[in-house]
Design a binder for this molecule. Structure first.
Ligand code: PLP
Length: 441
């Protein structure tokens, strides 16, 4: 008998796992077999508090029957309709509903199947827009260090995570702003750091280097997520917006994480009061039940492309599964839950207790910084001498054993619980994580 039949576990060898240390994982796997509300159930029968909303995506908590029923109904009514030159009613209904949540003016919705594809779509729309206006030489993109915009070639190129970039060829004509993290001045800030608005002025320098008329768009996460939860310094996004306006650059907010209530508002755009020209979303759009991504686009940008003969296809871009009926059903059911349960308001109310719990961990381990905004936070553990990432991985494993799922990148712990979390569970999260941190060498 092999190991798998002894433990009732599947054979682990064929699945090449994404963004995973495959050999390490398979030697000591963590398998989740069920989920309800705020908790995962493990294959050894334990309940684990999901302090990560899966991967920042299960905003309304797990196992929502309303979503399951909507998906089942849709599958039995219309499982699939062609996405090109054809469509189905739920696609239009969902677009209208999303446009009611996005900032005013961003009311034209292009669908994809993931955050990565939403980003590629946004970048292509930016290029097509400039070309349609006779400014086809605007092809450069400006991203930012420590940004994550998914793994396709465009998003990877504007992204700023070295391990994701070093192995692959990148788009030409991409430049990067510096990341906004400034621990010397802003370590242990609660919410947005006071210092650092001037980091946005780098954009002016980059424009000066390349010439504004060569740049299509600037893309940023309003709060960098996967790069370590980096809330923007106060005034930073305002300055980026102003510089983009001065030079005719489109501003793209990648809200794949910050969308759907993570900061206590529908989108970070409303939270910060800054309106981008294109806004990408995914994850919480369907509560992660079915893959879906989208780009919300300013009407003027859309309209600039609605030129020429009506029989001409305006944008040569799309996916077999753009606005997939089942994903639309899951998204509509998710948006209903967010509205009915006032989950964005609830998230806003939980931001302070969450902040207090997370900053209360200072001193429990060698920690160099703690950052938070809304229901997202990060804790930087000091790296062990000669073993970067070891302390972080140990925290992940011990927390999981202690009944808490956290996300760890190198030695940074990220927390993003479902918006349904209450004060009692926030206290549990703080207590379990505090004990885990205190146990680390
Ligand atoms: N953009 C941002 C800001 C993200 O955080 C992510 C994923 O975490 C992506 C894009 C890529 O999304 P996906 O993994 O669905 O392709």
């Amino acid at each position: 008998m092999d190991d798998a039949s002894l433990t009732n576990r599947p054979d682990l060898s064929a699945f090449w796992m994404p963004f995973t240390a495959n050999r390490q994982f398979k030697a000591d796997p963590r398998l989740i077999v069920g989920a309800r509300g705020l908790y995962y159930q493990t294959d050894d029968g334990r309940q684990v508090l999901d302090a990560t909303s899966g991967l920042w995506c299960v905003n309304a908590g797990h196992g929502r029957p309303e979503i399951a029923e909507a998906v089942q109904r849709q599958l039995m009514t219309l499982d699939y309709a062609p996405a090109f030159q054809m469509s189905h009613p739920a696609a239009f209904e969902l677009s209208t509903r999303i446009a009611q949540l996005t900032p005013p003016g961003l009311d034209r919705i292009f669908f994809a199947n993931s955050g990565s594809e939403a980003v590629e779509s946004a970048m292509k729309i930016a290029l097509a827009y400039h070309r349609a206006r006779g400014e086809g030489q605007r092809t450069r993109f400006i991203g930012r260090e420590r940004a994550y915009h998914g793994v396709n070639f465009g998003g990877m190129s504007v992204g700023g995570l070295v391990n994701n970039r070093r192995t692959f060829p990148l788009l030409p004509g991409v430049d990067h702003l510096r990341a906004t993290h400034d621990p010397a001045r802003s370590a242990f800030s609660r919410g947005q750091p006071d210092a650092g608005a001037e980091f946005a002025d780098e954009l002016e320098r980059i424009v000066g280097l390349h010439g504004a008329d060569t740049i299509a768009a600037v893309i940023v996460e309003p709060v960098a997520g996967s790069g370590g939860v980096l809330p923007p310094p106060k005034g930073y996004l305002e300055r980026l917006r102003a510089i983009c306006d001065r030079h005719g650059l489109l501003l793209i907010f990648d809200e794949v994480i910050t969308g759907f209530g993570r900061l206590g508002a529908p989108f970070a755009a409303q939270y910060f009061g800054i309106t981008p020209d294109i806004l990408t979303m995914a994850k919480g759009l369907t509560n992660a039940a079915i893959p879906m991504g989208a780009a919300a686009v300013k009407r003027e940008i859309h309209d600039a492309l609605m030129q020429g003969p009506p029989a001409a296809i305006e944008l040569f871009h799309g996916y077999t599964y753009s606005a997939h009926p089942v994903a639309c059903a899951a998204a509509l059911a998710s948006l209903d839950i967010y509205a009915r349960e006032r989950l964005f308001e609830h998230a806003a109310a939980m931001a302070d207790p969450f902040e207090a719990a997370v900053h209360g961990l200072k001193g429990r381990a060698p920690i160099s910084d703690i950052r938070n905004l809304g229901l997202m936070a990060a804790i930087d553990l000091e790296a062990r001498a000669g073993a970067p990432g070891a302390r972080g991985y140990e925290a992940l494993v011990r927390a999981y054993q202690a009944g808490l799922l956290i996300r760890v990148t190198a030695d940074t712990i990220a927390l993003s619980p479902p918006l349904t979390i209450g004060e009692a569970e926030i206290a549990d999260l703080g207590r379990i994580l505090g004990d885990v941190l205190a146990s680390l060498e």
